[in-house]
Ligand binder design. Sequence first.
Ligand SMILES: Cc1cc2nc3c(=O)[nH]c(=O)nc-3n(C[C@H](O)[C@H](O)[C@H](O)COP(=O)(O)OP(=O)(O)OC[C@H]3O[C@@H](n4cnc5c(N)ncnc54)[C@H](O)[C@@H]3O)c2cc1C
Length: 363
Amino acid sequence: MNAIPTLLNRKPLPESLLLALGQLLGTRLSTSASVREHHGSDISSLGPVPPDAVAFVESLEEIISVSSLCHAHDVPMIPYGSGTSLEGWLQAVQGGVCIDVSGMNQIIHIRPDDMDVTVQPGVTRKQLNAALHGTGLFFPIDPGADASLGGMASTRASGTNAVRYGTMRENVLGMTAVLADGRVIQTGGRARKSSAGYDLTHLLVGSGGTLATFAELTVKLHPLPEAVSAAICTFPSVDQAVQAVIQTIQLGVPIARIELIDALTVRAINAYSKTSLREAPSLFFELHGSESGVKEQIETVRLVADEHGGQDFEWAVNPEDRTRLWQARHDAYFASVALRPGCRSLTTDSVVPISRLAECIEA
Ligand SMILES: Cc1cc2nc3c(=O)[nH]c(=O)nc-3n(C[C@H](O)[C@H](O)[C@H](O)COP(=O)(O)OP(=O)(O)OC[C@H]3O[C@@H](n4cnc5c(N)ncnc54)[C@H](O)[C@@H]3O)c2cc1C
Protein backbone atom coordinates (compact mmCIF):
# COMPACT_ATOMS: atom_id res chain seq x y z
CA MET A 1 0.00 0.00 0.00
CA ASN A 2 1.12 3.53 -0.68
CA ALA A 3 2.03 5.59 2.36
CA ILE A 4 0.03 8.78 2.90
CA PRO A 5 1.91 11.57 1.07
CA THR A 6 3.91 13.63 3.52
CA LEU A 7 5.20 17.16 3.69
CA LEU A 8 8.52 15.83 2.42
CA ASN A 9 6.96 15.68 -1.07
CA ARG A 10 6.24 19.40 -1.08
CA LYS A 11 7.69 21.52 -3.86
CA PRO A 12 7.44 25.33 -3.86
CA LEU A 13 4.81 26.79 -6.20
CA PRO A 14 6.29 27.71 -9.59
CA GLU A 15 6.75 31.50 -9.96
CA SER A 16 4.96 31.41 -13.33
CA LEU A 17 1.86 29.91 -11.69
CA LEU A 18 1.82 32.54 -8.93
CA LEU A 19 2.16 35.25 -11.55
CA ALA A 20 -0.69 33.88 -13.67
CA LEU A 21 -2.97 33.41 -10.65
CA GLY A 22 -2.13 36.93 -9.48
CA GLN A 23 -3.03 38.35 -12.90
CA LEU A 24 -6.33 36.44 -12.81
CA LEU A 25 -7.42 37.22 -9.25
CA GLY A 26 -5.48 40.32 -8.16
CA THR A 27 -5.87 40.78 -4.38
CA ARG A 28 -8.09 37.69 -4.27
CA LEU A 29 -4.94 35.56 -4.37
CA SER A 30 -3.30 35.34 -0.95
CA THR A 31 0.01 33.92 0.18
CA SER A 32 -0.11 35.45 3.65
CA ALA A 33 0.88 33.03 6.41
CA SER A 34 -2.27 33.57 8.49
CA VAL A 35 -4.64 33.06 5.53
CA ARG A 36 -2.78 29.92 4.46
CA GLU A 37 -2.75 28.51 7.99
CA HIS A 38 -6.47 29.20 8.41
CA HIS A 39 -7.21 27.35 5.16
CA GLY A 40 -5.04 24.34 6.02
CA SER A 41 -6.55 23.51 9.39
CA ASP A 42 -9.76 22.54 11.13
CA ILE A 43 -10.82 22.39 14.79
CA SER A 44 -9.65 18.81 15.33
CA SER A 45 -6.40 17.71 16.97
CA LEU A 46 -4.70 17.64 13.58
CA GLY A 47 -2.43 20.62 13.25
CA PRO A 48 -2.46 23.00 10.28
CA VAL A 49 -0.87 21.92 7.01
CA PRO A 50 -1.20 25.13 4.99
CA PRO A 51 -1.50 25.33 1.22
CA ASP A 52 1.04 27.54 -0.59
CA ALA A 53 -1.60 30.02 -1.75
CA VAL A 54 -5.32 30.65 -1.41
CA ALA A 55 -7.42 31.62 -4.45
CA PHE A 56 -10.71 33.32 -3.52
CA VAL A 57 -12.82 32.53 -6.60
CA GLU A 58 -16.12 34.18 -7.46
CA SER A 59 -17.38 32.35 -10.55
CA LEU A 60 -17.42 29.09 -12.48
CA GLU A 61 -15.03 30.68 -15.00
CA GLU A 62 -12.53 31.48 -12.24
CA ILE A 63 -12.66 27.89 -10.91
CA ILE A 64 -12.00 26.68 -14.46
CA SER A 65 -9.06 29.06 -14.93
CA VAL A 66 -7.46 28.28 -11.54
CA SER A 67 -7.88 24.52 -12.09
CA SER A 68 -6.46 24.68 -15.64
CA LEU A 69 -3.45 26.68 -14.45
CA CYS A 70 -2.74 24.35 -11.50
CA HIS A 71 -3.16 21.33 -13.76
CA ALA A 72 -0.74 22.74 -16.33
CA HIS A 73 1.84 23.25 -13.54
CA ASP A 74 1.13 19.85 -11.92
CA VAL A 75 0.12 21.52 -8.65
CA PRO A 76 -2.48 20.09 -6.22
CA MET A 77 -5.75 21.95 -5.53
CA ILE A 78 -7.86 21.82 -2.37
CA PRO A 79 -11.39 23.27 -2.53
CA TYR A 80 -12.57 25.13 0.59
CA GLY A 81 -16.18 25.82 1.66
CA SER A 82 -16.49 27.08 5.22
CA GLY A 83 -13.77 25.12 7.01
CA THR A 84 -16.01 23.25 9.49
CA SER A 85 -14.82 19.74 8.65
CA LEU A 86 -13.22 17.83 11.48
CA GLU A 87 -10.86 15.19 10.23
CA GLY A 88 -8.07 16.87 8.30
CA TRP A 89 -9.92 17.19 4.98
CA LEU A 90 -8.35 20.58 4.35
CA GLN A 91 -4.74 19.72 5.09
CA ALA A 92 -2.55 20.50 2.08
CA VAL A 93 -0.33 17.45 2.55
CA GLN A 94 1.45 18.11 -0.74
CA GLY A 95 1.09 21.86 -0.69
CA GLY A 96 -0.71 23.48 -3.61
CA VAL A 97 -3.49 26.01 -4.08
CA CYS A 98 -6.59 26.19 -1.92
CA ILE A 99 -9.66 27.18 -3.99
CA ASP A 100 -11.92 29.07 -1.57
CA VAL A 101 -15.48 29.11 -2.97
CA SER A 102 -17.13 30.80 0.03
CA GLY A 103 -17.66 33.95 -2.06
CA MET A 104 -19.82 31.96 -4.49
CA ASN A 105 -22.86 32.15 -2.26
CA GLN A 106 -25.81 32.94 -4.52
CA ILE A 107 -29.06 31.01 -4.32
CA ILE A 108 -29.72 30.60 -8.04
CA HIS A 109 -33.23 29.18 -8.29
CA ILE A 110 -35.78 28.04 -5.70
CA ARG A 111 -38.52 25.89 -7.30
CA PRO A 112 -41.23 25.33 -4.67
CA ASP A 113 -43.41 23.24 -7.03
CA ASP A 114 -40.59 20.83 -7.77
CA MET A 115 -39.29 21.02 -4.19
CA ASP A 116 -35.70 21.64 -5.23
CA VAL A 117 -33.18 24.47 -5.31
CA THR A 118 -30.03 25.25 -7.27
CA VAL A 119 -27.26 27.03 -5.36
CA GLN A 120 -23.67 28.08 -5.68
CA PRO A 121 -21.33 25.94 -3.53
CA GLY A 122 -20.58 28.57 -0.88
CA VAL A 123 -24.23 28.89 0.21
CA THR A 124 -24.51 27.70 3.82
CA ARG A 125 -27.36 25.59 5.15
CA LYS A 126 -28.58 28.36 7.49
CA GLN A 127 -28.48 30.89 4.64
CA LEU A 128 -30.54 28.52 2.49
CA ASN A 129 -33.13 27.90 5.21
CA ALA A 130 -33.46 31.65 5.80
CA ALA A 131 -34.10 32.14 2.07
CA LEU A 132 -36.75 29.38 2.13
CA HIS A 133 -38.72 31.16 4.85
CA GLY A 134 -42.35 31.46 3.77
CA THR A 135 -42.18 28.72 1.13
CA GLY A 136 -43.32 25.94 3.48
CA LEU A 137 -40.15 24.05 2.58
CA PHE A 138 -36.80 23.48 4.27
CA PHE A 139 -33.42 21.88 3.73
CA PRO A 140 -33.07 19.36 6.55
CA ILE A 141 -29.45 18.23 6.54
CA ASP A 142 -27.94 19.61 9.74
CA PRO A 143 -24.36 18.65 10.60
CA GLY A 144 -24.34 21.07 13.53
CA ALA A 145 -21.98 23.62 12.04
CA ASP A 146 -23.19 26.20 9.49
CA ALA A 147 -21.36 24.41 6.66
CA SER A 148 -21.45 25.25 2.94
CA LEU A 149 -23.49 23.03 0.65
CA GLY A 150 -20.41 22.34 -1.50
CA GLY A 151 -18.46 21.19 1.57
CA MET A 152 -21.42 19.17 2.84
CA ALA A 153 -21.76 17.40 -0.52
CA SER A 154 -18.04 16.81 -0.63
CA THR A 155 -17.96 15.21 2.86
CA ARG A 156 -21.33 13.46 2.31
CA ALA A 157 -22.49 15.17 5.50
CA SER A 158 -25.25 13.75 7.62
CA GLY A 159 -26.03 14.99 11.14
CA THR A 160 -28.92 14.78 13.51
CA ASN A 161 -31.75 14.73 10.92
CA ALA A 162 -30.31 11.88 8.85
CA VAL A 163 -32.56 9.21 10.39
CA ARG A 164 -35.58 10.79 8.72
CA TYR A 165 -34.28 12.78 5.74
CA GLY A 166 -31.12 10.90 4.76
CA THR A 167 -27.67 12.35 4.20
CA MET A 168 -26.27 14.50 1.40
CA ARG A 169 -26.13 11.31 -0.67
CA GLU A 170 -29.93 11.14 -0.76
CA ASN A 171 -30.42 14.89 -1.18
CA VAL A 172 -28.07 16.04 -3.96
CA LEU A 173 -29.87 15.70 -7.31
CA GLY A 174 -27.16 16.99 -9.58
CA MET A 175 -24.25 19.34 -9.93
CA THR A 176 -21.92 21.32 -12.15
CA ALA A 177 -18.38 20.28 -11.34
CA VAL A 178 -14.96 21.38 -12.55
CA LEU A 179 -12.52 18.50 -12.99
CA ALA A 180 -8.86 18.83 -12.03
CA ASP A 181 -7.86 19.80 -15.57
CA GLY A 182 -10.52 22.51 -15.84
CA ARG A 183 -13.10 20.54 -17.83
CA VAL A 184 -16.70 21.09 -16.71
CA ILE A 185 -19.24 18.31 -16.27
CA GLN A 186 -22.93 18.39 -15.45
CA THR A 187 -24.18 15.39 -13.50
CA GLY A 188 -27.65 14.20 -12.56
CA GLY A 189 -30.58 16.51 -13.13
CA ARG A 190 -33.74 17.52 -11.36
CA ALA A 191 -35.69 14.31 -11.77
CA ARG A 192 -36.30 12.42 -8.51
CA LYS A 193 -35.79 9.15 -10.30
CA SER A 194 -33.49 8.28 -13.18
CA SER A 195 -31.63 5.19 -14.29
CA ALA A 196 -30.02 6.88 -17.30
CA GLY A 197 -26.25 6.75 -17.59
CA TYR A 198 -23.52 6.51 -14.99
CA ASP A 199 -24.45 7.84 -11.56
CA LEU A 200 -21.67 10.42 -11.45
CA THR A 201 -23.46 12.58 -8.88
CA HIS A 202 -23.06 9.85 -6.29
CA LEU A 203 -19.45 9.33 -7.26
CA LEU A 204 -18.77 13.01 -6.60
CA VAL A 205 -20.80 13.23 -3.37
CA GLY A 206 -18.33 12.23 -0.66
CA SER A 207 -15.25 12.64 -2.86
CA GLY A 208 -13.71 15.17 -0.43
CA GLY A 209 -12.44 17.53 -3.10
CA THR A 210 -10.31 14.82 -4.74
CA LEU A 211 -12.30 14.47 -7.98
CA ALA A 212 -13.65 17.93 -8.74
CA THR A 213 -14.56 21.35 -7.40
CA PHE A 214 -18.34 21.74 -7.27
CA ALA A 215 -19.51 25.01 -8.81
CA GLU A 216 -23.28 24.54 -8.58
CA LEU A 217 -25.54 22.05 -6.81
CA THR A 218 -29.21 21.15 -7.06
CA VAL A 219 -30.60 19.69 -3.84
CA LYS A 220 -33.97 18.40 -2.67
CA LEU A 221 -36.19 20.41 -0.36
CA HIS A 222 -38.72 18.94 2.06
CA PRO A 223 -42.07 20.19 3.34
CA LEU A 224 -41.91 21.78 6.79
CA PRO A 225 -43.67 19.38 9.15
CA GLU A 226 -47.05 20.47 10.52
CA ALA A 227 -46.03 19.48 14.05
CA VAL A 228 -42.63 19.05 15.69
CA SER A 229 -41.92 17.77 19.15
CA ALA A 230 -38.57 17.21 20.86
CA ALA A 231 -37.75 15.40 24.08
CA ILE A 232 -34.99 14.29 26.41
CA CYS A 233 -35.22 11.09 28.39
CA THR A 234 -32.61 9.63 30.77
CA PHE A 235 -31.74 5.95 31.26
CA PRO A 236 -30.00 3.96 34.01
CA SER A 237 -27.31 2.76 31.55
CA VAL A 238 -26.00 3.40 28.05
CA ASP A 239 -27.02 -0.14 27.13
CA GLN A 240 -30.67 0.47 28.07
CA ALA A 241 -30.69 3.73 26.11
CA VAL A 242 -29.28 1.95 23.06
CA GLN A 243 -31.83 -0.85 23.37
CA ALA A 244 -34.57 1.81 23.36
CA VAL A 245 -33.12 3.33 20.15
CA ILE A 246 -32.92 -0.06 18.46
CA GLN A 247 -36.50 -0.93 19.35
CA THR A 248 -37.80 2.49 18.26
CA ILE A 249 -36.16 2.09 14.86
CA GLN A 250 -37.25 -1.54 14.52
CA LEU A 251 -40.86 -0.53 15.24
CA GLY A 252 -40.67 1.80 12.25
CA VAL A 253 -41.38 5.00 14.23
CA PRO A 254 -40.53 7.72 11.65
CA ILE A 255 -38.29 9.53 14.12
CA ALA A 256 -36.61 12.67 12.74
CA ARG A 257 -33.66 12.81 15.14
CA ILE A 258 -32.44 10.51 17.86
CA GLU A 259 -29.12 11.11 19.61
CA LEU A 260 -27.44 9.37 22.52
CA ILE A 261 -25.33 11.35 25.00
CA ASP A 262 -23.50 9.64 27.87
CA ALA A 263 -23.37 10.96 31.44
CA LEU A 264 -19.92 12.54 31.12
CA THR A 265 -20.97 14.44 27.99
CA VAL A 266 -24.12 15.66 29.76
CA ARG A 267 -21.88 16.96 32.56
CA ALA A 268 -19.71 18.71 29.96
CA ILE A 269 -22.79 20.26 28.30
CA ASN A 270 -24.15 21.49 31.66
CA ALA A 271 -20.85 23.19 32.43
CA TYR A 272 -20.42 24.67 28.93
CA SER A 273 -23.99 25.60 27.95
CA LYS A 274 -25.16 26.47 31.52
CA THR A 275 -27.94 23.88 31.38
CA SER A 276 -29.11 21.69 34.26
CA LEU A 277 -29.75 18.39 32.48
CA ARG A 278 -29.73 15.25 34.66
CA GLU A 279 -26.25 13.71 34.47
CA ALA A 280 -27.21 10.28 33.16
CA PRO A 281 -27.14 8.53 29.76
CA SER A 282 -29.72 10.45 27.76
CA LEU A 283 -31.57 10.25 24.49
CA PHE A 284 -32.54 13.38 22.57
CA PHE A 285 -35.51 12.80 20.23
CA GLU A 286 -37.34 14.85 17.63
CA LEU A 287 -40.56 13.80 15.94
CA HIS A 288 -42.03 15.39 12.81
CA GLY A 289 -45.44 14.90 11.20
CA SER A 290 -49.10 15.82 11.46
CA GLU A 291 -50.50 16.78 14.90
CA SER A 292 -52.10 13.37 15.34
CA GLY A 293 -49.12 11.50 13.88
CA VAL A 294 -46.69 13.17 16.30
CA LYS A 295 -49.01 12.45 19.26
CA GLU A 296 -49.09 8.79 18.27
CA GLN A 297 -45.30 8.70 17.89
CA ILE A 298 -44.84 10.32 21.31
CA GLU A 299 -46.90 7.56 22.90
CA THR A 300 -44.92 4.80 21.17
CA VAL A 301 -41.57 6.37 22.10
CA ARG A 302 -42.69 6.76 25.70
CA LEU A 303 -43.77 3.10 25.90
CA VAL A 304 -40.48 1.91 24.42
CA ALA A 305 -38.47 4.13 26.77
CA ASP A 306 -40.49 2.90 29.80
CA GLU A 307 -39.75 -0.67 28.85
CA HIS A 308 -36.01 0.10 29.03
CA GLY A 309 -36.01 2.05 32.29
CA GLY A 310 -36.37 5.52 30.69
CA GLN A 311 -37.33 8.32 33.10
CA ASP A 312 -37.68 12.10 33.38
CA PHE A 313 -39.20 12.58 29.95
CA GLU A 314 -39.04 16.30 29.17
CA TRP A 315 -40.92 17.44 26.04
CA ALA A 316 -40.22 20.68 24.21
CA VAL A 317 -42.93 21.70 21.79
CA ASN A 318 -42.36 25.41 21.25
CA PRO A 319 -39.55 26.41 18.85
CA GLU A 320 -37.47 28.29 21.47
CA ASP A 321 -37.31 25.27 23.83
CA ARG A 322 -36.47 22.97 20.92
CA THR A 323 -33.72 25.29 19.74
CA ARG A 324 -32.29 25.43 23.28
CA LEU A 325 -32.32 21.63 23.47
CA TRP A 326 -30.62 21.07 20.13
CA GLN A 327 -28.18 23.93 20.67
CA ALA A 328 -27.01 22.07 23.78
CA ARG A 329 -26.55 18.94 21.64
CA HIS A 330 -24.69 20.88 18.94
CA ASP A 331 -22.43 22.38 21.63
CA ALA A 332 -21.49 18.86 22.78
CA TYR A 333 -18.31 18.93 20.72
CA PHE A 334 -17.04 22.21 22.15
CA ALA A 335 -18.29 21.21 25.63
CA SER A 336 -16.28 17.99 25.49
CA VAL A 337 -13.14 19.80 24.37
CA ALA A 338 -13.62 22.30 27.23
CA LEU A 339 -13.59 19.42 29.78
CA ARG A 340 -9.81 19.43 29.62
CA PRO A 341 -8.48 22.95 29.00
CA GLY A 342 -5.64 23.13 26.49
CA CYS A 343 -6.65 19.92 24.71
CA ARG A 344 -7.95 19.48 21.19
CA SER A 345 -10.22 16.67 20.01
CA LEU A 346 -9.87 13.47 18.05
CA THR A 347 -13.12 12.63 16.28
CA THR A 348 -14.09 9.65 14.23
CA ASP A 349 -17.10 7.72 12.97
CA SER A 350 -17.74 4.09 13.79
CA VAL A 351 -20.30 2.30 11.69
CA VAL A 352 -21.81 -1.05 12.73
CA PRO A 353 -24.99 -3.03 12.06
CA ILE A 354 -27.74 -2.05 14.49
CA SER A 355 -27.52 -5.42 16.27
CA ARG A 356 -23.99 -4.54 17.48
CA LEU A 357 -24.67 -0.90 18.36
CA ALA A 358 -24.91 -1.35 22.15
CA GLU A 359 -21.71 -3.41 22.26
CA CYS A 360 -19.88 -0.85 20.10
CA ILE A 361 -20.90 2.12 22.23
CA GLU A 362 -20.07 0.35 25.51
CA ALA A 363 -16.63 -0.53 24.09
C1 LIG B 1 -19.50 20.99 16.10
C2 LIG B 1 -19.50 20.25 14.80
C3 LIG B 1 -20.35 19.14 14.66
C4 LIG B 1 -20.36 18.44 13.46
N1 LIG B 1 -21.22 17.38 13.35
C5 LIG B 1 -21.29 16.71 12.16
C6 LIG B 1 -22.22 15.66 11.98
O1 LIG B 1 -22.97 15.31 12.91
N2 LIG B 1 -22.26 15.03 10.79
C7 LIG B 1 -21.44 15.39 9.74
O2 LIG B 1 -21.54 14.80 8.66
N3 LIG B 1 -20.55 16.40 9.87
C8 LIG B 1 -20.44 17.05 11.06
N4 LIG B 1 -19.54 18.07 11.21
C9 LIG B 1 -18.55 18.31 10.13
C10 LIG B 1 -18.83 19.43 9.14
O3 LIG B 1 -19.85 20.25 9.45
C11 LIG B 1 -18.87 18.87 7.75
O4 LIG B 1 -17.72 18.20 7.45
C12 LIG B 1 -19.21 19.88 6.66
O5 LIG B 1 -20.01 19.14 5.79
C13 LIG B 1 -18.05 20.48 5.85
O6 LIG B 1 -18.52 21.61 5.12
P1 LIG B 1 -17.60 22.89 4.93
O7 LIG B 1 -18.30 23.85 4.05
O8 LIG B 1 -17.16 23.44 6.24
O9 LIG B 1 -16.40 22.23 4.14
P2 LIG B 1 -14.85 22.44 4.35
O10 LIG B 1 -14.46 22.09 5.75
O11 LIG B 1 -14.44 23.75 3.85
O12 LIG B 1 -14.29 21.30 3.38
C14 LIG B 1 -14.51 19.94 3.66
C15 LIG B 1 -14.08 19.09 2.48
O13 LIG B 1 -14.91 19.39 1.37
C16 LIG B 1 -14.13 19.83 0.25
N5 LIG B 1 -14.90 20.89 -0.41
C17 LIG B 1 -15.36 22.05 0.15
N6 LIG B 1 -16.05 22.75 -0.77
C18 LIG B 1 -16.01 22.03 -1.93
C19 LIG B 1 -16.51 22.25 -3.25
N7 LIG B 1 -17.19 23.35 -3.60
N8 LIG B 1 -16.26 21.29 -4.19
C20 LIG B 1 -15.58 20.16 -3.89
N9 LIG B 1 -15.07 19.92 -2.65
C21 LIG B 1 -15.29 20.84 -1.70
C22 LIG B 1 -12.81 20.31 0.85
O14 LIG B 1 -11.76 20.20 -0.05
C23 LIG B 1 -12.64 19.34 2.02
O15 LIG B 1 -12.11 18.13 1.56
C24 LIG B 1 -19.51 18.83 12.38
C25 LIG B 1 -18.69 19.95 12.53
C26 LIG B 1 -18.67 20.66 13.72
C27 LIG B 1 -17.77 21.84 13.82
